[in-house]
Ligand binder design. Structure first.
Ligand code: NAP
Ligand code: MG
Length: 499
């Protein structure tokens, strides 16, 4: 994708935006049943962007009913794979044509640097839907070797009505990672975007409809998670809920499922991800990846490498390089294409992050960079990129997911200690390992208990590889790849006796 990022172009595109602010149910925008709205706030200046429909359980019930009807009459679920692919490819074309607008919506709503939205989030979102569209007409089903008088087919069918509950840190991307495989597989969807970031989901739903996705197949119901989340996840006519968000809400969803219809629950949760740097690593290679891993998206990233576990012999040299390179990341207006660090999502989250910084100081971490709120006059929630040296894995900032720009440097004295510290966490989402020794790279990659281990880089893989976590970072969930496709299907055996 080839965008030109000129400040003037950004302002011109911004002036043209018309926000979609109502729920999208049965192919149409509509107000919430109660008529209530809430303000969506720009985290870069604290000002309202627009008001959004504040839906409640009755809106969820209506969306589930239309999604069920659409699923049952087969208008999407029983189309051929080639027909679904054609609609999804048209959808991809419309997303490409409107990519700058969607990038701006996420930048405004979430405070994400426009540079990241344009170069990473939105291209990746479009590629995801494209990849799953291209997959569906290349999958074959199976016939089992059950004997000459039996035709025994093992087939995959869409699950039915799938609820999706999304976070605010990658609004369009987390939506795409879920709707790509779920739509390709033939499901009907009811989506609850994060309250802070509903604008891109509403616009994307409209584009799907314009591409020919039948009414009722993709519904978006904005509003408060505390109201809509339980309504969707306890609903007796929802077959599955796919969730990306915090571990604590993930636990609630398992409870809602067990207390209702045992709907399938897929959870993509938090992380406290290690970046392990062995003594033989090339620190010139490590430093830029380490900075990116810790601070990309303001550290509001589930796979952020917030623990830098580094051999003591190279620690000081590496930390010096990391500090120097971190200082070069400009902080400020997310709509400025030079900005790499925007505001945190909201004042209460900024308070939480600043509190972790206080705790780290009290527990004996050495603050070597940042640590303060900045740019207060903007009205935005800006916090400096912050590094603590001499952290131990027992300290709070090494244990809890901060979800902000705070890197903990943990020195270790051996490879064994490095692995033990890396695995000494309740989480297991992602990990990076840096070494020039191929044997160690293989051994360590298998020893780390995490869903994605990248060696000599920071990466979440591409659309051909699954993404999801071990331990408290996830529950059966994998986004991306054919594994994501499978999780939005049911397995069925058709056993036929021949005469
Ligand atoms: P969150 O507070 O768990 O919110 C996620 C979603 O759940 C939001 O839509 C929220 O609605 C909704 N929700 C809130 N209470 C609910 C309830 N009782 N029942 C059902 N849904 C409810 O998480 P967040 O703060 O938005 O996102 C940050 C978290 O997401 C971090 O822990 C991060 O690690 C994780 N994350 C994981 C991945 C991954 O792939 N593993 C990717 C990105 C983020 P409201 O917006 O209305 O509160
Ligand atoms: Mg907002």
């Amino acid at each position: 994708m080839n965008f030109t990022l000129k400040p003037k172009g950004i302002q011109a595109a911004l002036a043209k935006i018309q926000f979609r602010t109502q729920a999208f149910i049965d192919g149409k925008f509509c107000p919430s049943a109660s008529g209530k709205t809430y303000a969506s706030i720009n985290p870069a200046n604290g000002k309202p962007i627009t008001t959004i429909a504040a839906c409640d359980a009755s809106d969820i019930n209506r969306a589930v009913a239309v999604a069920r009807k659409a699923f049952a009459d087969g208008r999407w679920s029983r189309q051929s794979a080639a027909e679904r692919k054609a609609v999804l490819l048209k959808f991809v074309g419309l997303l490409e044509a409107n990519a700058m607008e969607i990038a701006l919506l996420d930048s405004l709503d979430a405070g994400k640097p426009i540079y990241d939205c344009v170069n990473i989030d939105i291209p990746d979102s479009i590629q995801c839907i494209h990849w799953h569209a291209e997959l569906v007409d290349k999958l074959h089903e199976r016939v089992s070797p059950s004997g000459p008088d039996i035709v025994s087919m093992i087939v995959r069918e869409p699950i039915g009505v799938v609820g999706m509950i999304l976070p605010w840190n990658f609004p369009a991307q987390m939506l795409a990672w879920k709707i790509g495989p779920a739509l390709a597989a033939g499901n009907s969807l009811v989506i609850k975007p994060a309250k802070q970031t509903s604008l891109s989901a509403l616009r994307i739903a409209e584009l799907a409809s314009a591409a020919g996705l039948p009414d009722g197949v993709l519904n978006v119901v904005p509003g408060a998670g505390s109201v809509l989340g339980p309504a969707l996840s306890r609903h007796m006519d929802v077959d599955m809920v796919a969730f990306t968000g915090s571990t604590s809400v993930g636990r609630d969803l398992l409870r809602y499922s067990s207390e209702s219809n045992l709907k399938r629950i897929i959870l993509e949760l938090g992380g406290k991800n290690p970046q392990v740097v062995l003594a033989d690593a090339d620190i010139d290679l490590v430093a830029p990846h380490a900075v990116n891993s810790a601070f990309w998206n303001m550290g509001e990233n589930c796979s952020s490498g917030s623990r830098l576990i580094v051999h003591r012999s190279i620690k000081d040299a590496l930390v010096a390089k990391i500090i120097e390179q971190t200082k070069a990341w400009p902080i400020g207006d997310p709509l400025d294409p030079n900005t790499r660090v925007g505001p945190l999502i909201e004042p209460s989250h900024m308070k939480t992050v600043l509190n972790y910084i206080k705790i780290a100081q009290a527990e004996g971490g050495q603050l070597v960079l940042g640590g303060k709120q900045v740019l207060k006059k903007t009205g935005g929630n800006f916090v400096e990129l912050t590094i603590f040296d001499e952290v131990t894995n027992a300290m709070t900032i090494a244990k809890e997911e901060i979800f902000g720009p705070v890197l903990a440097v943990i020195p270790v004295d051996s490879d064994e200690e490095a692995i033990a510290v890396a695995n000494d966490t309740n989480y297991g989402l992602a990990a990076s390992l840096y070494t020039s020794d191929l044997t160690k790279a293989h051994r360590f990659a298998r020893a780390i208990r995490a869903g994605v281990v990248s060696v000599n880089t920071f990466s979440e893989g591409d659309h051909t590889t699954p993404f999801g976590g071990f331990k408290e970072s996830g529950f059966f969930g994998r986004d991306k790849s054919s594994y994501a496709h499978e999780q939005y299907t049911e397995l069925k055996t058709v056993w036929m006796q021949l005469g």
